[in-house]
Design a protein around this ligand. Sequence first.
Ligand code: NAD
Length: 295
Amino acid sequence: MKKVGFIGLGIMGKPMARNLLKAGYELVVCDSHQSNIDAVCEGGPAHSAPNGAAVAREAEVIVTMLPNSPNVRAVVCGPGGILETARPGTIVVDMSSIAPLAAQEIEKACREKEVRMLDAPVSGGEPKAIDGTLSIMVGGDKDVFDQVYEMLLAMGSSAVHCGAIGAGNTTKLANQIIVAANIAAVSEAFMLAVRAGVDPHLVFDAIKGGLAGSAVLNAKAPMMMDRNFAPGFRVDLHIKDLNNALDTGHGVGSPLPLTATVMEMLQTLHADGYGREDHSALARYYEKLTGTLIQ
Ligand code: NAD
């Protein structure tokens, strides 16, 4: 079985790398924090390398799971990056959520070195990363997708080829718009219920099986009512995604009024010092407006 490189072992990368180990892949891993490296290496045949170039010396397929476009650009194209040493035919699978345009630029740099690249962001958050049931949305050449399909299914329950390079991240932006607007709507609705004197737990029980039911409602309403805003998916990462969505939308002539509104709510949370909390902390925005807690 091919040796797989894995760069970026944070909230998502760590369990995803562990699932590759469970599926029998041998890993060479890299992260800025030694504790993350140790947490993965104790789970199977894996060792660490200091940077992308060192990973690419050993691995034919390299997964990256990093915060945003500049991090991926640095790890792939920068000094000490993957392209310094990667052999022709090496495959880079960037599973981070980045700007579609950045994915296209990085793929172009890869192509010049005969390295193949897919953008393959994920949805499902930490729980599904742990279970290996992420939804994976992929852009890039179909023949490369076919080569890594089996590996992707060690981390996810579905991997859909959405089109050319960048299409994975465009799909992810659509996902992030729906999630952000949905969490804001849940917060707004539950605040209405509380202010009107109805127990939000009963509202949740009453509506979760109807048309308003959703994966977002099931995952985030209990967190709001428990006042548990531990990430999960951080407010600051969602700001990053909505920035990418607004930039992309403006670039293609698609106005995003709902996204712009939720963006300002998230910016308020960031300014109030909640940037590292879970995005379910959108409830705090309404709590600030009303002086009432959703519980
Ligand atoms: P994270 O901040 O927890 O992890 C990022 C990791 O990258 C960190 O461990 C950091 O040390 C490492 N890193 C950064 N620069 C590096 C470099 N130059 N070399 C080596 N390691 C480096 O973030 P996360 O929550 O795991 O998210 C990763 C990506 O997945 C983001 O794009 C995010 O938007 C996306 N995502 C996250 C979730 C979620 O619920 N957390 C869900 C879906 C998608």
